[in-house]
Write a protein that binds this ligand. Structure first.
Ligand SMILES: Nc1ncnc2c1ncn2[C@@H]1O[C@H](COP(=O)(O)OP(=O)(O)O)[C@@H](O)[C@H]1O
Ligand SMILES: [Mg+2]
Length: 299
């Protein structure tokens, strides 16, 4: 078994306070890169409840997410999207099947090992309400490092780098109640990234946002994941959100029924919604961002 990288003691890049939008502290800079960081679902099956009142939420899902790949899981409510995400992340135990992370079986790990793996290798973004209301943005974003035993000054410094990278420089001391919905989601993205995860899991990350803010948040999320070299798994029922990912898998009644892939994975920036000043605050849409057509792969 590969030992967990010693995250608290690896050399860190210099933090230059007030240096504007800084480069993200990449996994390469931080060390700890392992060669195989693919995530594999092997015949994942999940049944909730008892024999008399069982819900068959997942009926044998196979899926491979390669290192750095972005995948959207789409489908109607109740089709098993969240269940699949939780099984991939080791939050829930499957009824049958297994998840492999870098070739390691989550099913054969102890609860303690799985908890450590989730904290060190995975990052999570939810729909909303995931920030602690009494903590400022930098401490909210630093939480995974603080829980992992990283000293507070270093943890908050690294959190501030991500906040700055995500366009939140100057807002480090604000509490969640003093941030807009889109800003709060970017703090949540900083928190998901601060521990240099290999995979970021996001469940309906724009579900509580309007269309334009959702566009900004997806841009921030996909750009940050790419900067980190992390894979991204996004659950959504919204095609506009899914278009930010290279692959889209479509679920129905606990099964993957269709898979689509595209070359851009840029949210179809040619079709960006109004209020152009907000997306442009990050960077203008790319000229190459034209191909938005998907190639269907029927499974
Ligand atoms: N904790 C649970 N206990 C019982 N049934 C559940 C539980 N979580 C989800 N389900 C059921 O499993 C099915 C899939 O749910 P879910 O994965 O949340 O779907 P989605 O995210 O696509 O809406 C649904 O029928 C749902 O009611
Ligand atoms: Mg769900």
């Amino acid at each position: 078994m590969t030992p967990a990288p010693d995250r608290g003691r690896t050399p860190r890049p210099e933090v230059t306070p007030g240096a504007g939008r800084e480069r993200p502290p990449s996994r390469r800079m931080l060390g700890g890169m392992t060669s195989n960081r693919s995530l594999e679902a092997l015949a994942l099956t999940k049944t909730y409840g008892t024999a008399t009142s069982a819900t068959h939420a997942l009926l044998g899902v196979d899926l491979t997410i390669r290192t750095g790949e972005s995948v959207a899981i789409m489908g109607p409510s109740g089709s098993g999207k969240t269940t699949l995400l939780h099984l991939l992340a080791g939050v829930l135990a499957p009824t049958a099947g297994d998840t492999l992370w870098g070739g390691r079986s989550l099913g054969s790990m102890s609860d303690k090992e799985r908890t450590a793996l989730r904290r060190q290798d995975f990052g999570f973004v939810f729909q909303s309400g995931q920030l602690l209301p009494e903590l400022p943005a930098d401490e909210n974003a630093a939480l995974p490092l603080l829980l992992d035993g990283v000293a507070r000054p270093e943890a908050t410094a690294r959190a501030r780098q991500w906040l700055s990278h995500l366009g939140l420089g100057g807002m480090e001391s604000r509490r969640p109640g003093e941030l807009s919905g889109g800003q709060a989601q970017r703090v949540a993205i900083a928190r998901a990234l601060v521990g240099s995860p290999g995979v970021i899991f996001a469940d309906e990350p724009t579900g509580a946002l309007d269309r334009t803010t959702g566009w900004e948040v997806m841009k921030a999320l996909t750009t940050a994941a790419r900067a980190q070299g992390a894979s991204l798994v996004v659950v959504t029922h919204d095609l506009e959100v899914a278009r930010w990912c290279r692959r889209i898998v479509e679920m129905r009644d606990g099964r993957i029924v269709r898979e689509l892939s595209q070359t851009a994975g840029d949210g179809g920036t040619t079709a960006q919604p109004g209020a152009p000043e907000a997306p442009q605050a990050h960077e203008p849409p790319q000229a190459h961002a034209v191909p938005t057509s998907f190639q269907a792969v029927t499974r």
